[in-house]
Design a protein around this ligand. Structure first.
Ligand SMILES: [Zn+2]
Length: 395
């Protein structure tokens, strides 16, 4: 890319316009499953810059998704910017900007990042800067759990609405996430026959469900120690974690049920069946040892994530990142499960999570620096310019 074009793109990113875009999105409340107002706001922002926003229902009529495209008119790859419009279910905090920082619901997660994507599209369009290929922006509801089930993103992918690579401007800025763990969330119910009884009246041999639950916790602990040896660079290691344990009503009564819940994470893609098998075997061992009836629910949210550092998307991104910051982004792990996992597995495209270094996600104190939005918009726009030209076939 000519240095003059890179410089022109960097200079064209307008901080004031970015602030207005981010604040408009924040001020359209959009708790998960009710993101309609934010989707309407985004669509009208895109229409204002001459990009006719499409509104595919994508399995969620309450808040149709937002899709916009900017094409160079020359063959090449399509870079997708993708974000979620919904915010976690916490009291709404209106947008406020003070001393170069934007506050409010979704400022960090992830309306700030979406505003940066809109600004990148604006700049690319205004300067007619795309040498080849196209850029598309997609935004959806239904992301944040436990309220959403990601059905809208899955519907877009099912309907083949995605690019040749995707950049997700979530609040991760200090590393290039090349590996991330898969995630399952489990719950377990331990039960016995008979009613709740006073401890001195329980028939001999009555299964002790507190002890049975503790037995299961111990077995998960032992499994977790074995799993620590299953490691992968950047991703960390496999783990099983129990975060909830509920049992008993009063101190001198034999309970009839015990519940626990937790997570299972793994580093190697393709392990869903194997980890489910280990989980089932652990429950069966506790049942055999304690006499309790043990049943479990094991919901896989995402398989483990990998990104090939040799991908043209990574090359384009690193070139853009160093044009903006003077250095490359070091490879690292993705600490959370995000839409990049879904794109990688369901669409089969490379996915980079990179956005502003924002703070306070999933709290009432979300904040993002305007400088970080400017930097993100620059990196996004320059990545699109570098990624478009291709001598391979394109979709
Ligand atoms: Zn998010």
């Amino acid at each position: 890319m000519p240095a003059s074009l890179a410089e022109a793109i960097r200079r064209a990113v307008d901080p004031d316009r970015l602030v207005r875009t981010a604040m408009a999105l924040i001020d359209a409340p959009s708790p998960t499953c009710q993101a309609g107002p934010a989707a309407d706001c985004l669509a009208s922002l895109l229409n204002d810059i001459g990009l006719a926003a499409e509104r595919p229902v994508a399995d969620w009529p309450v808040a149709p998704a937002v899709v916009a495209r900017l094409a160079s008119g020359r063959p090449g790859r399509t870079l997708q910017f993708h974000g979620h419009l919904d915010t976690v279910h916490l009291p709404f905090v209106p947008a406020r900007c003070a001393d170069g920082v934007i506050y409010g619901s979704g400022a960090a997660d992830m309306k700030g990042g979406l505003a940066a994507a809109v600004e990148a599209l604006r700049v690319l369009g205004e300067l007619d800067a795309l040498p080849a290929g196209a850029v598309m922006l997609t935004a959806t509801d239904h992301h944040e759990g436990p309220w959403g089930d990601k059905r809208q993103l899955q519907a877009l992918i099912r309907d083949r609405c995605y690019g040749d690579g995707v950049l997700i401007p979530e609040y991760l800025a200090d590393r290039l996430p090349v590996a991330g763990r898969g995630l399952a969330i489990f719950s377990v119910l331990l039960e016995r026959d008979g009613a709740k009884v006073h401890e001195v009246l329980a028939p001999a041999g009555t299964p002790d469900l507190v002890a049975a639950g503790a037995d299961l916790v111990q077995r998960f602990g032992a499994l977790n120690r074995r799993l620590a040896t299953r490691q992968r660079e950047h991703a960390g290691c496999d783990s099983v974690f129990v975060g909830q344990f509920t049992c008993g009503e009063i101190y001198n009564q034999y309970p009839t049920e015990c519940r626990l819940a937790g997570t299972r994470r793994w580093v190697a893609p393709g392990q869903e069946q194997a980890v489910r098998g280990e989980f089932d075997a652990t429950l069966a061992a506790t049942a055999a040892a304690t006499g309790a009836r043990v049943t479990g629910d094991f919901v896989v949210y995402a398989d483990a994530f990998t990104l090939d550092p040799q991908q043209p998307l990574v090359t384009a991104f690193q070139a853009a990142y160093s044009q903006v910051t003077g250095r490359q982004l070091p490879p690292g792990g993705k600490p959370f499960v995000d839409d990049g996992h879904t794109f990688a597995h369901q669409a089969g495209i490379p996915a980079i999570t990179h956005g502003p270094a924002a703070t306070g996600a999933h709290s009432l104190d979300e904040a993002v620096a305007v400088d970080e939005l400017v930097r993100t918009a620059q990196v996004l726009a320059l990545t699109a310019v570098a990624f478009g030209p291709s001598n391979e076939g394109t979709r």
